[in-house]
Design a protein around this ligand. Structure first.
Ligand code: PHE
Length: 433
């Protein structure tokens, strides 16, 4: 039986055919890991906020995760057919309301209301995804943005002079910025309402600000890695970064910064110069305002900096995890020995005539989360084939059950597995093999 409304964080919302939020997901709302001084997510947030103290940024840390589709997508200029909007990727409360998928959902509001030139927004965000050690349906992002107003300056020359001074005021880092051999995207041009010089200077301000942020965080991570006994020679050298062009619906040009860390280029942070439609949506005259914005995934960074091997740990209430961290310090995580995991296969035939992609992988993941929660480490679609005689298609998912806190009993695993299979048959009409 479908209920007419659902409770999300104590508030009633109408449900419709878009509703796909589950109690497992709702229960994560309000944990506020980013507000805890001794939690890795909170530590990274406060290190960054402190680094930019006195530089004109207001920090917002209490925005509620339930936002409108309009705020999360439309206002920012996401096209109607953008994959991020799909029900398979986003938790909808109903057609008009959802759990924010990124902190950019608050950009318009902040541009409208912030009195300082810049702002930060740190918050929990939600995305439907696969299950493995680096993906969890809730995680945290930090948004940063900065604006200049033409009307604050008597002339274009005065504005340019101020931009130059603002760029010069950002402390330089000893990062090595590698050249990227990349042809400019034709779909990543400068905004027509900004001059070449303005574009160049705002881009320089953005890049220097992010280099400052990344440099500060990774210098601390190097120290932590050395204290923990790492002898990686890269730890003795200045950090290498590079800027790679990309696109976002509400910034242009746009980039991603990548950091060279333990032998890999690591994508860290998407950013760009804010498009004029964001300012006009904020009720600001689009041709008098311009600036930049970035978005940073905090768990991803925290896993690397603290050496945290499994993203589920961030949500753990185990003291062996929580007691390890101190405010404002990046320290290497000491893991306890891993409890054994158990692989179980679930194979089934799709209903007759059903297309191969008729059940989205993320929908399977959601059923597993609903039945086993954080006791699953990894899920993989391991096999798909179509029987040439019957035309029926079979799929097999391999589920790795593993607790971070204790040994799991076989009986317990079987119960979760049975519940999952029952829901699978119920919901999708598959035939178990
Ligand atoms: N919101 C984007 C993301 O989640 C990151 C971003 C923020 C990009 C701000 C540009 C400007 O990937």
């Amino acid at each position: 039986i479908r209920h007419q409304s659902t409770l999300v964080d104590g508030k009633k919302h109408a449900v419709d055919e878009w509703t796909n939020i589950t109690p497992t997901i709702s229960s994560l709302i309000g944990r506020n890991l980013h507000l805890q001084d001794s939690h890795p997510v909170g530590i990274i947030r406060s290190i960054i906020e402190k680094r930019f103290e006195g530089m004109g940024y207001t920090a917002y840390n209490n925005f509620h995760p339930v936002v409108s589709k309009h705020e999360n997508f439309d206002q920012l200029g996401f096209p109607e057919d953008h994959p991020g909007r799909a029900k398979t990727d986003t938790y909808y409360i109903n057609h008009d309301t959802l759990l924010r998928t990124h902190t950019s959902a608050h950009e318009v509001h902040c541009f409208q209301h912030t009195k300082t030139p810049g702002f930060f927004v740190t918050a929990d965000v939600y995305r439907r995804d696969t299950i493995d050690r680096t993906h969890y349906p809730a995680f945290h992002q930090m948004e940063g943005a900065r604006t200049w107003k033409r009307e604050d300056y008597p002339s274009e020359e005065a504005l340019i002079e101020k931009l130059r001074a603002d760029v010069a005021a950002i402390p330089a880092t000893n990062l090595i910025v590698e050249d990227v051999d990349q042809v400019s995207h034709p779909e990543n041009p400068k905004s027509p309402y900004m001059s070449d010089t303005e574009t160049e200077l705002v881009a320089a301000h953005l890049k220097k600000s992010i280099e400052l942020l990344v440099g500060d965080i990774f210098e601390r991570a190097k120290v932590a890695a050395k204290v923990a006994g790492s002898t990686d020679p890269d730890l003795e050298k200045p950090l290498k970064v590079r800027w790679v062009e990309t696109t976002f619906p509400w910034t242009t040009p746009s980039w991603e910064i990548e950091v060279w860390w333990k032998g890999d280029w690591l994508e860290c942070c998407g950013c760009g110069l804010v498009r004029d439609h964001v300012y006009s949506a904020s009720g600001l005259d689009k041709h008098t305002h311009f600036g930049w914005a970035f978005g940073l995934g905090l768990e991803r960074l925290a896993m690397i900096l603290f050496g945290i091997p499994d993203i589920r740990l961030f949500w753990s209430l185990d003291q062996r995890f929580l007691s390890q961290f101190k405010p404002n310090e990046i320290t290497a995580f000491k893991s306890w020995s891993k409890y054994p995991g158990t692989d179980r296969d679930v194979a089934f035939w799709l209903p007759e005539g059903a297309a191969l992609d008729s059940i989205h992988e993320n929908d399977i993941m959601e059923l597993i989360r609903a039945t086993a929660g954080d006791l699953v480490e990894n899920v993989a679609l391991t096999d798909t084939f179509t029987n040439p005689k019957t035309g029926l298609t079979s799929q097999c998912y391999r589920i790795n059950f593993q607790s971070m806190e204790r040994n799991l009993e076989n009986q317990e695993i079987n119960q979760m597995l049975d519940a999952f299979k029952e829901m699978l048959v119920d919901r999708y009409g598959v035939k178990l093999r």
